[in-house]
Design a protein around this ligand. Sequence first.
Ligand code: NAD
Length: 398
Amino acid sequence: MVGLKDNQLRVGMIGYKFMGKAHSHAYRDLPFFFDAPLTPVLQALCGRDETAVKAAADRFGFASFETDWRRLLERDDIDLIDIGTPNHTHAEIVIAAAQAGKHILCEKPLAMNLQEAAAIWQAVQGRDLVHMLSHNYRFAPAIQFAKKLISEGRLGQIYHVRAAYLQDWIMDPAYPLVWRLQKEVSGSGALGDIASHILDLARFLVGEIASVCGMMETFIKERPIGEMAGNLQAVQGEGSGSVDVDDAVAFLARFENGALGVFEATRFAAGNRNKNKIEINGSLGSIRWDLENMNLLEVYFDQDEPGLQGFRTITVTEDIHPYSGHYWPAGHIIGYEHTFLNMLDELINGIADQRQVQPSFADGLRNQAVMEAVQRSTVTKSWVNIADLLQEVGVSLN
Ligand SMILES: NC(=O)c1ccc[n+]([C@@H]2O[C@H](COP(=O)([O-])OP(=O)(O)OC[C@H]3O[C@@H](n4cnc5c(N)ncnc54)[C@H](O)[C@@H]3O)[C@@H](O)[C@H]2O)c1
């Protein structure tokens, strides 16, 4: 493991817009709420534009900045590399960071495609480092609580997973052709951007997916050129170009444990700003969750008294609920940014205890295999087995 100085975890972060801001905020707030075994130190922020990265470093509280991520990897005062750059940069940076012996937190999706994800996976094998993929929604207290209920068998045998990630921020045809809509930068559209999150939730809560059959569509095929400008805003440039990623994706899945899954991800669901929702039905009951009401978990238990049966809503903010005791009294709700704090707490404890955390790059690889299978099945109009794809790239995860 990287030798840690004075119980500090010195962070070198690459990218300083949407995720850069979310992660920086979480490192800063972590010591307020958690007795973490290591104190995160915002050591250096990296971006290509010197004026902009310096301004962001000042604002977020970083001690220094770099304009080339390779320089960040050479520094011996950095323990953890935190990657919040577009998807086409992930593989090169992660593999170099692994070779430099740094701990790594990488934003999702892990890679552009399965081949790259497998190369990343190989690069971290046998190295003394902790790697984590930033699927922050796993760390919503209600999701962790749902996991506990399912693990205890309270839903019985799982029959159905119904998950949807619905957004509407690119519906306007004038919304520019930002990196998220360019295959050579993003790898895919709604699939890698948001279906990856519900896939991760479903795998976390229910188990591995065996096969999928999907469909994808691009509704608006030409857009003005433009760039992301923080959060999901964009600025328009000159000219126009073709959209070569999916605006929407839907797929059916068979889980290894026999459950059936129905997944949908789109950025064309008018009125749904960030509707990340999942419902799971088992032989003894059900759970339902929705990010826009993330403190609530709906549960139904078949063994409740006849006449009083029905879904009830638990506000997952009691001290006995996962993570909730770190924040406020019961009913004093938390928000989106706290999912990142909870995730970083897991990462920092993993690094301190010298144990691998989850979701790891193994999860990233499995998610990527499912996404690749969805893409292939869309072309072949047939079911695709995940195990066959993992075998193709020479990876055995069991
Ligand atoms: N976990 C989540 O919920 C979540 C949410 C949004 C985005 N993401 C993921 O986070 C990553 C970044 O997305 P974002 O929304 O923050 O994008 P963004 O466009 O807001 O920011 C990207 C940042 O990367 C920088 N950058 C681009 N290329 C670079 C390079 N070669 N070297 C150094 N810096 C470079 C940009 O200057 C910018 O600071 C993506 O992989 C995305 O899928 C995850």
